[in-house]
Design a protein around this ligand. Structure first.
Ligand code: NAI
Length: 295
């Protein structure tokens, strides 16, 4: 199994997180192919990267030339078959097991047999995704955090059949991309999302019990707890569709352990289409296009 170099072609599939990961790979001088099944989504992702980095140019933290060079390394792709040259594909699509399994199975037919297939899943078992594949040894979890260009941590998650060399190569790649990587086994929610579940769940319960309001809880964690964001700001950033899906996945994986019971309050937001920053409204209201931040 070859190690990655800057000649390795990296393909990214998916929207919000996908664009952030594409930016990270392009910053590390890779040629990046960005694909999304929704028409125009890859182009929109690249546009958001350009806008985000434009702020750094204004602050003289990057030159316009560097910005143009970085963005030119990301190519939007409209047909998934064009990913055949990829040495690594990182999937960041909807958090649903069957959809991810279908996509990876399709990628096995498109990509060369040494290509590594990585999932940015927040909670879905890598072992379970791999069960439907011809080469589960080449499948790994590469879990970035939101926003990917800023957040340091990458969890490198091995399923039962993941090749150790694949895990080591992805770990090394994440380090070369300037990230702090940790190896983890494919347990429900992995490390950070598992530990963070009660943070969201208890905040939602405190709110439902009427102890205080959203802004007070958020301010308390931000101003006094040393957190960058309070729980409601963070759920709005993550997206209630994704955050709720992760809770449901961990809840089911632990045989419906009540500690991980999904919140009806969050389900209500989801049903209303109030997904957080990406839809303009969640617990808070947002002007459109406030999703992207860059470092
Ligand atoms: P998103 O909903 O913003 O983007 C998903 C994108 O995938 C959409 O643009 C959609 O058009 C595309 N898509 C759906 N099915 C597809 C398919 N079959 N082929 C190609 N494209 C397809 O979701 P987001 O927030 O970017 O999350 C994506 C993944 O990343 C999920 O697995 C999530 O759990 C994970 N993740 C999300 C984080 C977050 O804070 N939002 C943080 C870390 C991981």
């Amino acid at each position: 199994m070859n190690k990655f170099t800057t000649d390795s072609v990296i393909a990214i599939i998916g929207g919000t997180m996908g664009a952030g990961i594409a930016q990270v790979a392009a910053k590390a001088n890779h040629q990046v192919l960005l694909f999304d099944v929704a028409k125009g989504a890859a182009e929109k992702g690249i546009d958001n990267i350009r806008k985000g980095l434009g702020k750094l140019v204004l602050r003289s933290r990057m030159t316009q030339l560097e910005l143009d060079a970085l963005v030119s390394r990301i190519v939007p792709i409209s047909d998934i078959k064009q990913l055949s040259s990829a040495d690594l594909v990182i999937e960041a699509i909807v958090e649903k097991l069957e959809v991810k399994q279908m996509l990876f199975r399709q990628l096995e037919d498109i990509c060369h047999e040494n290509a590594i297939l990585a999932s940015n899943t927040s909670s879905i078992s890598i072992t379970a995704i791999g069960a439907k594949l011809l080469r589960p040894q080449n499948l790994i979890g590469m879990h970035f955090f939101n926003p990917a260009p800023i957040m340091k941590l990458v969890e490198v998650i091995s399923g039962l059949d993941t090749d150790k060399q694949v895990a080591d190569n992805i770990f090394e790649l994440a380090i070369n991309w300037g990230k702090l990587a940790v190896h983890a086994k494919s347990t429900p929610g992995f490390i950070a999302n598992r530990v963070a579940r009660p943070f969201y769940a208890e905040s939602l319960r405190v709110l439902q019990e009427g102890a205080t309001d959203i802004a007070t809880i958020d301010a308390l964690f931000r101003e006094c707890g040393g957190f960058k964001m309070g729980p409601f700001e963070l759920m709005d950033l993550i997206g209630h569709d994704v955050n709720y899906a992760v809770t449901c996945s961990v809840f089911e994986a632990f045989y419906q352990d009540q500690r991980f019971l999904p919140s009806l309050l969050q389900k209500e937001l989801l049903d209303a289409g109030h997904l957080g920053r990406k839809s303009g409204r969640g617990f808070y209201q947002y002007p459109q296009n406030t999703q992207t931040e860059n470092s």
